[in-house]
Design a protein around this ligand. Structure first.
Ligand code: GAL
Length: 633
């Protein structure tokens, strides 16, 4: 399959007389895809039950005739105002019990069955009308599930659906009481109808209650999405995608992804560095106009896993965005670099967001490939350059990694529910280990938590997985390579109790966590060989071989065969040493990367990405600031 480029377009925002020219310009630029439709419900169904498809027919026709392939989005992220008259209780409710208002988007509650019915109705109409349209080549369901903090809703609809979910899971209130430990503080329930949502409690709610609510809410996203995929598949053979986001763990993307053909995500590197990174001020200054050198790559690898190999960028930042605390202009070259980096990680397509900058409403300050006056903005030319370069490059190919990293959404909920230390954040923990692998120049495959086969991987990392699945435990027991687990791996039962035998309870490893402690960032626990544990450390006892010690005399790394346990949150110095050692022992070739330079190999090419604001040298080649270099392997 050829790698391709595309753009997001909103025909309903522009006079129809402009469409043909826009389409011709897109095709002329070398774009293959145009994504449309995902917010246009008020134009598709202006009044309840009165549909108007004529304009969309013409838009799809105009784009298709210009040679573009259409990604058609279902409009369910933006229910129109009349929906509230029909279903006044469909709005999501926040944790404080406040009903979310109309006037932006994503105001619906995933659990509202009436709203699901409305979604099913409009998706059915769309699927019937466009399911066999020759130009509609991919579907997108909804838009960015979870965006604007919308997975958890504390509405009546959610309450009733949660009770049903609990009744199905536990069958009797007694079983639920046992699983949650409700004898503690007299929280026992006599009926499922007595159970509330875990908000507005006096002090923290029972963590088992919270965890079940998180699992329920995640299941609701998957169920909501499945309503649409079931309908689309009845009428169309085109693959179905959803556009996920960066650093969003509120629902299990693997579960939702199981009903989709393609995982895609929306990459806004500079916005993300400004609004969701804990990096140091120096780091943020250095990469101000480029974005974090590892953040995009992590998500490329994650969504490759969620898409079971098939993944896209559905929205690529083209210039300054409007929603981060600060919105700098990208360095010249970054719109090209970001696209090439996605392709090097196996993306099939990269679509820029958006074609023309909107002159009205919320996103007037968000750049597009074109300015509001239709003149080309800088990323227009960069997209054209990438389109030209793609012509001579091989087909989609992610290559194969020696190293794998397990990512588990439920663990993000677990450690949010019970951080036991203000800074303990699952994403940050996993990302710190991912970064360390990238500093060693390694390709990384991300794996789901129920992976049953690790063969082919020489090294597997699984930090902070709250409950190891039977599948993964079995795979680890027979794994021929090395594995590094911990901290906090296998520390909870599925019911969120403390397991006995005590954690980590790993196959063949005689080691028990007898004490954990969380620490402020300025109280590191130094390791004898250099570096430290920061924020979190565990004291272990048992007969397992001790590979490294803390300066205060506790095991820092333990080993039983290839299985290793890391007894704390290792800083960069410690991680670099520990991971280099494991790679050396496994015969994995590493190359220490200079700051801001990253590399990835596919089966045919090795690529380098210079995220620095100045040139760097690699293999005798000078890569300019924001430059990309590749050579055949
Ligand atoms: C995404 C969203 C788009 C647009 C964009 C702006 O989160 O899917 O519709 O709002 O952000 O950066």
């Amino acid at each position: 399959m050829k790698r391709t480029l595309g753009v997001c377009y909103y025909p309903e925002h522009w006079p129809e007389t402009q469409w043909a020219e826009d389409a011709a310009r897109m095709a002329g630029l070398g774009l293959t895809w145009v994504r449309i439709g995902e917010f246009a419900w008020s134009r598709m169904e202006p009044e309840p039950g009165r549909f108007d498809w004529d304009w969309l027919d013409r838009a799809i026709d105009t784009l298709g005739r210009a040679g573009l392939k259409v990604v058609l989005g279902t409009p369910t992220a933006t229910p129109p105002r009349w929906m509230l008259d029909k279903h006044p209780d469909m709005l999501a409710v926040d944790e404080q019990g406040r009903t979310r208002g109309f006037g932006s988007r994503r105001h619906y509650c995933f659990s509202h069955r009436g709203y699901r019915g409305e979604c099913a109705a409009i998706v059915t109409r769309m699927a019937e009308r466009y399911g066999k349209n020759p130009y509609v080549a991919v579907w997108q369901t909804d838009n960015e599930y979870a965006c604007h903090n919308t997975v958890l809703s504390y509405s009546d609809a959610a309450l009733h659906a949660f009770r049903d979910w609990l009744a199905q899971k536990y069958q009797s209130p007694q079983a639920l009481n046992r699983a949650w430990g409700n004898v503690f503080w007299s929280m026992e329930y006599a009926s499922f109808n007595d159970i509330g949502l875990p908000n507005l409690t006096v002090t923290e709610a029972n963590p088992a209650h919270v965890m079940d609510f998180r699992r329920f809410a995640s299941d609701e996203v998957a169920a909501f999405n499945r309503v649409q995929t079931d309908i689309l598949r009845k009428h169309s053979v085109a693959p179905i995608a959803h556009n996920y986001m960066g650093r969003v763990t509120d629902f299990d993307h693997f579960a939702t992804g199981a009903d989709l053909d393609i995982a895609s995500w929306d990459a806004y590197p500079i916005g993300f560095l400004s609004d969701r990174s804990e990096a140091s001020p120096e780091h943020k200054r250095r990469f101000l106009r480029q974005g974090d050198p590892d953040f995009q790559a992590f998500h490329h690898d994650l969504y490759r896993a969620v898409g079971r190999g098939r993944w896209w960028i559905m929205e690529q930042q083209p210039g300054p965005v409007n929603w981060a605390p600060y919105n700098p202009d990208p360095l010249p070259g970054m719109a090209r670099l970001w696209a090439w980096e996605a392709f090097a990680h196996g993306a099939e397509a990269v679509c820029y967001f958006r074609w023309r900058q909107a002159p009205f409403a919320q996103e007037t300050m968000h750049a597009g490939l074109l300015r509001p006056d239709s003149a080309a903005a800088p990323a227009f030319h960069e997209a054209g350059q990438v389109a030209g370069e793609l012509a001579s490059m091989p087909d989609v190919d992610a290559g194969r990694a020696d190293v794998a990293l397990v990512f588990d959404y439920a663990s993000a909920w677990a450690w949010e529910t019970q951080p036991q230390g203000r800074d303990f954040d699952y994403f940050r923990l996993v990302f710190s280990q991912y970064r360390a692998l990238r500093r060693l120049g390694l390709n990384v495959d991300i794996l789901p938590p129920d992976v049953a086969d690790l063969s082919g991987y020489k090294l597997v990392l699984a930090p902070g997985v709250a409950t190891l699945s039977d599948a993964l435990l079995g795979a680890l027991a027979s794994h021929k390579g090395a594995a590094l687990l911990g901290p906090r791996t296998n520390a909870k039962t599925v019911d969120f109790s403390t397991p006995v035998p005590l954690p980590p309870n790993l196959p063949g490893m005689d080691a028990v966590v007898m004490r954990v402690e969380s620490l402020p960032p300025d109280a590191p626990v130094p390791l004898v060989q250099g570096g430290a544990f920061t924020g979190w450390r565990e004291k272990l006892e048992g007969g397992a071989e001790v590979v490294e010690m803390t300066e205060d005399g506790f095991p820092a790394v333990l080993r039983a065969g290839g299985l290793h346990y890391l007894a704390g949150w290792a800083d960069d110095t410690a991680l670099d040493r520990i991971l280099s050692g494991l790679c050396a022992a496994q015969g994995i070739g590493v190359q220490s990367m200079p700051v801001g330079l990253r590399t990835r190999a596919t089966a045919t090419h090795r690529y380098w990405f210079n995220y620095n604001p100045e040139a760097v040298q690699v293999e005798g080649v000078t890569i300019p600031a924001a430059g990309v270099h590749w050579r055949a392997i």
